[in-house]
Ligand binder design. Structure first.
Ligand SMILES: *[C@@H]1O[C@H](CO)[C@@H](O)[C@H](O)[C@H]1NC(C)=O
Ligand SMILES: *[C@@H]1O[C@H](CO)[C@@H](O)[C@H](O)[C@H]1NC(C)=O
Length: 315
């Protein structure tokens, strides 16, 4: 149970998603870490959820996260990519809001029994997860905040920052370069190619778990982009479970991997976006979120770094 302590990487990606994906230039170099500050046990009943002493009505719609005919590929003994069929739940992703709470968002999956996901309302952010072995459908609902000790003044998480990109049509003229490009070139639908480097795969050493992680992050990316009236779909997943096709030590423009992506993967699959899951340290001393993005003609590439404890800043 996430009682106190650093939030999971996924939670942090979700919390920082907008900052990192849409406005990297605007993000403070001294990015905050996030902590769970309180946890309560809740029992969702249909669309009702009581927490913080109040009853909330959740409105959710199922969403599609996979492009029709999406491809899942792992490697054979020789490292050659081949179609694989690990178990991937497909019809259990939801997006919604809390009734009577303007600008609230709910991003949840029900793939593994119970509700797993995130809620944001007013200035508050929550993670919800099923309580293991509960026979009463109990869940933990943990509130998350930016950790004040690792940052300067608390950034305001409220309306002005959140509402614009997340829930209203983006103000394209005011939006940062990245999002206006996205908006213009990729229109409303984005097909994403997700890749796990060999090192990232080895953190779990299990294809199903790696896929599950990548899909969960895909779900978060979609939630983030919905604010720009853009949908994100997973169309191809590559898991380098035997070895990397080329070095993934660097993923920067002009690196071996970047060239491999633009010369081999991009022409073969024509994704709008590529997402690389990597353990390699991001460049330029950006230690904390380990998430950066850059644009090129072949599409936007997002890199998620999942080091051992990427969110806990060692002092
Ligand atoms: C968009 O942002 C610009 C610059 O901040 C502002 O002048 C303009 O009024 C905004 N437009 C809308 C529709 O909010
Ligand atoms: C991989 O993970 C899944 C789900 O956690 C588990 O059921 C499976 O047994 C694991 N496979 C191996 C080879 O460890």
């Amino acid at each position: 149970m996430p009682a106190e302590g650093w939030v999971s990487l996924r939670a942090a990606l979700w919390l920082l998603g907008l900052c990192a994906v849409l406005a990297p230039v605007q993000c403070s170099p001294d990015r905050p870490s996030w902590r769970y500050i309180s946890t309560e046990v809740v029992i969702p009943r249909k669309e009702l959820l009581r927490f913080g002493g109040q009853r909330h009505v959740i409105h959710m719609r199922r969403k599609r996260l996979f492009w029709p005919g999406y491809l899942m590929m792992t490697q054979d003994d020789q490292g050659v990519l081949q179609t694989d069929h690990p178990f991937v739940p497909e019809d259990c992703y939801y997006f919604g809001y809390l009734e009577e709470i303007p600008f609230s968002t709910v991003t949840i999956n029900t793939c593994y029994g119970g509700l797993q996901g995130y809620m944001k309302l007013d200035d508050l952010a929550y993670e919800i997860s099923p309580l293991k072995h509960s026979r009463k459908f109990e869940h933990t609902l943990s509130q998350m905040v930016a950790d004040a000790s690792t940052m300067g003044p608390m950034p305001r998480l409220g309306y002005e920052e959140e509402r614009d990109p997340l829930l209203s049509p983006a103000n394209i003229t005011a939006a940062p370069r990245m999002s206006s490009k996205l908006y213009m070139f990729h229109e409303a639908l984005m097909k994403g190619l997700c890749q796990s480097t060999n090192a990232f795969y080895r953190t779990a050493n299990n294809v199903s778990e790696t896929v599950q992680y990548m899909v969960d992050v895909g779900n978060i990316i979609d939630a983030v982009y919905r604010g720009l009236e853009t949908r994100f779909y997973i169309s191809v997943m590559h898991i380098y479970n035997v070895r990397d096709p080329v070095s993934t030590a660097s993923l920067r423009p002009r690196s071996a991997y970047f060239q491999f992506y633009s010369r081999t993967l991009f022409p073969a699959f024509h994704p709008h976006t590529a997402v690389v899951f990597s353990t390699a340290e991001p460049p330029d001393g950006v230690y904390v979120p380990g998430l950066y993005s850059f644009c090129r003609s072949g599409g936007l590439v997002l890199v998620f770094w999942a080091g051992p404890t990427p969110w806990a800043r060692s002092s």
